[in-house]
Design a protein around this ligand. Structure first.
Ligand code: ATP
Ligand code: MG
Length: 285
């Protein structure tokens, strides 16, 4: 278990994260927030890559001392040496992770299979596409079967099939690991996360199960014919989606008050997220 207590990190005068208190146990956590919310900073401060300016991070001593303890990290900007092959790149990370030499090749093969790049092992990193490099980044995070894995925007640049494959990988490891996944695309984490954490302007504005995040938006989600837009210009509402149904264009919006010509709709996780970010529904800002 990881306990985060009143954590703060500043860059000069800029407060990147402040007063973050949470705990991470076994399971999958989705870390959601818009650009600049502090997701990367929070991950790096928990992992000890940044020294906190306030508060603390405590790793469960039993975990940290146990022989099976290790962690994996996919940075938002995963860099690699262009001249190394895929196999050599993963061997390099396996060495850093102190995976015994005898197990190294099998472990690399296992992780390459997970990201479906077995056939590219001999290719140079410089010859891979952006999405493939991202998948090698995922593979290196999984090397050694770590009990804690942080992925910073793992699905950025992945095509729909590979997004789905990533979800399958997570479903496989969640039974034995603590996994934290940052993203600003709610649908990427919606199906796989047990818990959701929402960051905005460096603060943790909501934390809960998917159901609990949905409930934040209960009574605030409306569908309105797009043509009724003009009649609702004065209201405080946030547009979630525009779609066509039955030959008509509809808007899905969040609002504290019922809009002219609107009908209530069932809340989704994304609605709860936007309520937190856009300050719909009370004090959240
Ligand atoms: N090394 C740094 N030096 C100065 N400011 C930084 C640094 N890293 C982050 N920041 C600032 O801290 C805030 C949080 O940044 P962070 O990268 O953690 O956000 P994020 O939620 O990961 O955003 P994104 O979705 O764009 O990746 C931003 O205002 C950013 O400009
Ligand atoms: Mg980031």
């Amino acid at each position: 278990m990881i306990r985060v207590d009143h954590l703060e990190k500043r860059f000069g005068k800029k407060v990147a994260i402040q007063d973050i208190t949470l705990s991470l146990e076994q399971g999958v956590y989705g870390l959601l927030g818009p650009n600049g919310a502090g997701k990367t900073t929070l991950m790096r401060t928990i992992l000890g890559l940044y020294k906190p300016d306030g508060g603390q991070v405590q790793w469960d001593e039993a975990d940290a001392r146990g022989s099976g303890f290790s962690f994996g990290y996919l940075p938002q900007q995963f860099m690699s040496f262009e001249e190394l092959t895929v196999q050599e790149t993963l061997a390099y990370f396996a060495t850093l992770k102190k995976i015994p030499k005898l197990e190294r090749d099998d472990e690399i093969a296992r992780c390459l299979k997970l990201v479906r790049l077995t056939g590219e092992a001999k290719k140079k990193m410089g010859a891979l596409s952006g999405g493939m490099i991202r998948r090698i980044g995922i593979a290196q995070a999984l090397l050694g079967n770590p009990s804690v894995v942080f992925f910073d925007e793992p699905t950025a640049g992945l095509d729909p099939e590979e997004r789905m494959n990533f979800k399958m990988c997570i479903a496989e490891i969640k039974k034995r690991a603590t996994v934290l996944i940052s993203t600003h695309i709610v649908s990427d984490v919606e199906g796989i996360c047990d818990h959701i954490l929402i960051l905005n302007s460096g603060r943790l504005v909501a934390a809960g199960t998917r159901k609990e995040i949905e409930e934040i938006a209960r009574g605030k989600v409306w569908v309105v014919p797009a043509e009724a837009r003009g009649k609702n210009e004065d209201g405080h509402w946030h547009l979630i989606n525009v779609y066509e149904q039955d030959g008509q264009e509809w808007m899905r919006v969040l609002s504290d008050e019922k809009l002219v010509e609107s009908e209530p709709a069932q809340p989704h996780v994304e609605d709860g997220y936007f309520c937190c970010i856009k300050g719909i529904g009370g004090e959240r800002k």
